[in-house]
Design a protein around this ligand. Structure first.
Ligand code: FES
Length: 128
């Protein structure tokens, strides 16, 4: 399968507020929470690993994490690693690219230890 076929354009950078989120649904039905933090874009599952609440209703914090709005679990935006309970499992993160103003989301990143392989893209279109 060609690499380009596993990434799909899901939104434009301008649709995501700075230090904010945008919920989207991939063509395969997966719900994804796009995050813009410090001019970097990341994409995480839109289901908290604690009790399945929508991460897109949470808050992006200055330290590069996202906090679930229900019980306050906090996850690293780039790796999904749990930074604060009550969640015990990392948030799945998706590979992500920015091409021009388009945000492209790919497959779930490889699990590495307590989180996933870091996945972020800068709004300028080059990976950090
Ligand atoms: S559902 Fe997210 S912390 Fe409980």
């Amino acid at each position: 399968m060609a690499l380009s076929s596993v990434f799909e354009a899901v939104a434009s950078v301008a649709q995501i507020p700075r230090e904010g989120v945008l919920p989207i649904v991939k063509s395969d039905g997966q719900r994804v929470c796009l995050i813009r933090s410090q001019d970097r874009i990341s994409a995480v599952a839109d289901n908290c690993t604690h009790q399945d609440f929508e991460m897109s209703l949470g808050d992006v914090l200055p330290d590069g994490s996202i906090q679930c709005a229900w019980h306050g679990a906090r996850f690293d935006c780039a790796t999904g690693e749990v930074k604060q309970g009550p969640a015990m499992s990392p948030l799945p993160v998706f590979e992500v690219r920015v091409e021009g103003d388009a945000i492209l989301v790919g497959p779930v990143a490889t699990r590495l230890g307590a989180g996933h392989q870091p996945c972020v893209a800068s709004v300028s279109g080059s990976d950090p």
